[in-house]
Every structure is written in structure tokens, then in C-alpha cells.
Write a protein that binds this ligand. Structure first.
Ligand code: SF4
Ligand code: FES
Length: 363
């Protein structure tokens, strides 16, 4: 265990991979956990107990769609009873007034609602089902409940041109926060990368619209813009560093340093059914594999940005180079940066794109 290791701040609890939507940009793994492999209510309660004891202050109940778990109210109550801030990350489709009232009574603190676009037809096409109008109803339910609302929109080629309308929609919905997150290419999204990558021109048009809205709405709605990192000179500071602030527990109890980490071949992934969370956080080979900076090679090792971006994303490095300890090829200093340039030239800048493949679902 590294002496400097701090306790985690947040737990991403992926309660289930089941989901009513079929988003082509889904970052969950290609192989989803099935219902009969999901952790039981009692095991999740124990996970929350161990997380709180470890120092976790925020729990994000996510999936898939966490409302697909009938025990969600009991899990909210348990996490809240431990004094954790409880955030529900949802598609909103099953978020009725009755459900919201019950969750608020049990201690829910915040809702993050996904929206696919401002344009109904396109949003439904992207969700793979008629979802948009039900999401507008869910946003109104959250607003009436008095809970703070974050609207999350994943951006890509098929909706980036509508970013102005998306901002207007979030304003109308009374969102406190809007996350405009360019697609990250993991899991199912990686499979659709050639269809999803925005063009340079789209990104250039969107940037001033977002900046102007950030200024105009500064006192009403926070707008967070997650950049399209394939197009940037430096990578994103993924997870604020591996094993640094947050841990993920997958629906089957796998404990992951980041939600995509199962993609890294050979990473010895632990399971909360077999080992306490604290031991996994501090002592496991998986959490210590890329913690801090000792694992870095050049050019990261001697780079002035190594504690700003932590060498980028380990999963992306693995996906693009086959080596999770490589500098993220998104970085213009990476010896593998040509891979990203080739992908952009081959896919993003071409007029003819493959069609989006809708997400297959877990049973
Ligand atoms: Fe970040 Fe490494 Fe690139 Fe430096 S060389 S900017 S630390 S990814
Ligand atoms: Fe795994 Fe970035 S998504 S480290």
C-alpha cells in the first residue's frame, strides 16, 4: 500500500446493468451482468457499510437503470442512514411522483437525469425507444420534489449541432446543473466510435455556444463541458488518477478502480463478495497498479503535467495500444499519438459513416 493513499471520496454503485434504453454511446461493457448475477440487497447494504467505514461520503446509485431494482428505496434509506450523500443516476423512465416522494422520504439527495437530445424524434432514435417525453415528465417530478437536478447529455456527431437547443431545454427543465459530456469511447461506445466521433467543425461551432451559455447562466445553472479528448492536445485527468478518489462496484460485486477497468486484460479484479472493500482499496494489486506516478514511463515520467492529467486514461491506453501503462495516445507527446490521428482522419473527417448500433440489453 502506498503510504500517501487517501480514502476514497465517492462510490459508484452500479446496482444493475438492466436498462430500458439502447444508447449507442453506452460505456458499459459489451458483456453485461445478468439479473441472476446481481448482488443481493443485504450484500449491497454491507458494501455501503464498508464504504462508509472506509471514508466514502457520496454514493452514486447507477447502472443500467437503478430503478429496475425493486429494493432501490431500501438501499437509498440505508446509504442515507449512514450519512452519505445519495445521488440517483437515472434514465427517468420509471420515476413517477409516487416513486420520487418515497425516495425523498428515505433520504435521496440528488437526481442526475440522462437526456439524449432536445429534438424529440432524434432523442427517441438515440435512446432506441420512446423515452423523451417521459424524461420531461421525470424532470418535472424531480423539480416538484425539491431535489437538485443535474441533466446529463452525452454529445456526439448526431446531437452536437443541437447543443444550443439542449442548453435551452435544460433551462426549461429547471436544471441546477447541466453536464455536456462528449462521448468517451469505452464498452459499447467504442464499437460505435466511427459513427459517434464528432467532426472538428462541429466541436468548433459548439464551443462558443457553450461558453456564452456558461456566462449567461452563471448564477442559475452550472454548465460542465467534458471535452472530446481525441481532438485535444492533452488527455483528460481520468478518475483524477487511478485509485485516488472513487471506486466502482459493478452489479456482480466486482470492485473496479474505474467503471471501464474490466477491459484491461490481466488486471486482477477483486470482488466485494470475497474481500473487504478497505483491503481492496488499499492493498489490492488492481488498485495499486497505476496509483500515483511511480508506474509511469517516459514521456509522462518527466512531464510537468504528470500530476495534472496523471498520464491520461489507463483503459484508453490499453484499448488503443494493448499496454495499460502506456501514455494515453490522445496526448500529443505520446509515441502512439499517430493512432489517434489516424482514427480521426479515417472516421471523424469522412462524410460517409456507419450507422449507430443500438445497445443490446441485459436480462
Ligand atoms: Fe500528460 Fe503524460 Fe502527456 Fe505529460 S506526457 S501531458 S503527463 S499524458
Ligand atoms: Fe479506466 Fe480512464 S476509464 S482509467
Amino acid at each position: 500500500m502506498a503510504e500517501s493513499t487517501e480514502p476514497p471520496f465517492g462510490l459508484l454503485a452500479e446496482l444493475t446493468h438492466r436498462c430500458p434504453l439502447h444508447c449507442a454511446y453506452c460505456s458499459n461493457p459489451l458483456e453485461l451482468v445478468r439479473r441472476n448475477e446481481e448482488l443481493s440487497t443485504d450484500t449491497w447494504r454491507r458494501v455501503f457499510d464498508e464504504a462508509r467505514e472506509l471514508g466514502v461520503l457520496q454514493v452514486h446509485l447507477s447502472g443500467g437503470e437503478p430503478l429496475a431494482r425493486p429494493d432501490l428505496p431500501r438501499l437509498v434509506e440505508h446509504a442515507s442512514g449512514l450519512g452519505m450523500y445519495v445521488n440517483l443516476v437515472t434514465s427517468g423512465l420509471a420515476l413517477t411522483e409516487e416513486v420520487a416522494t418515497d425516495l425523498v422520504a428515505r433520504g435521496l439527495d440528488h437526481v442526475q437525469l440522462s437526456v439524449q437530445d432536445a429534438d424529440r424524434a432524434n432523442a427517441d432514435l438515440l435512446a432506441g425507444t420512446r423515452a423523451h417525453d417521459r424524461k420531461l415528465v421525470a424532470a418535472e417530478v424531480v423539480r416538484r420534489s425539491g431535489l437538485p437536478l443535474t441533466v446529463n447529455v452525452v454529445l456526439h456527431k448526431a446531437n452536437l449541432d443541437h447543443v444550443g437547443g439542449i442548453i435551452e431545454l435544460a433551462e426549461q427543465l429547471g436544471a441546477d446543473r447541466l453536464e455536456l459530456a462528449n462521448t468517451q469511447y469505452y464498452g459499447w461506445a467504442l464499437r460505435n466510435r466511427a459513427a459517434l466521433l464528432p467532426t472538428r467543425a462541429q466541436l468548433a461551432s459548439a464551443a462558443p455556444i457553450v461558453r456564452a451559455a456558461q456566462q449567461r447562466l452563471a448564477d442559475r445553472m452550472e454548465i460542465v463541458y467534458v471535452v472530446a479528448d481525441y481532438h485535444e492536445a492533452h488527455p483528460k485527468p481520468c478518475m483524477h488518477g487511478w485509485g485516488s478518489r472513487q471506486l466502482t462496484v459493478a452489479p456482480d460485486g466486482a470492485v473496479l478502480p474505474c467503471p471501464a477497468a474490466s477491459v484491461i486484460d490481466g488486471l486482477p479484479i477483486e470482488n466485494v463478495q470475497h474481500r473487504p472493500l478497505a483491503e481492496i482499496w488499499y492493498d489490492s494489486a488492481s488498485f495499486n497498479a497505476y496509483r500515483d506516478t511511480d508506474w509511469m514511463r517516459e514521456p509522462c515520467r518527466s512531464c510537468a503535467r504528470r500530476e495534472l492529467d496523471f498520464g491520461g486514461c489507463r483503459c484508453q491506453a490499453f484499448q488503443l495500444t494493448g499496454d495499460a501503462a502506456a501514455t494515453d495516445p490522445v496526448c500529443s507527446l505520446s509515441p502512439d499519438h499517430g493512432l489517434v490521428r489516424t482514427i480521426l482522419a479515417r472516421d471523424a473527417d469522412q462524410p460517409d459513416r456507419p450507422a449507430l448500433v443500438p445497445r443490446s440489453v441485459a436480462r
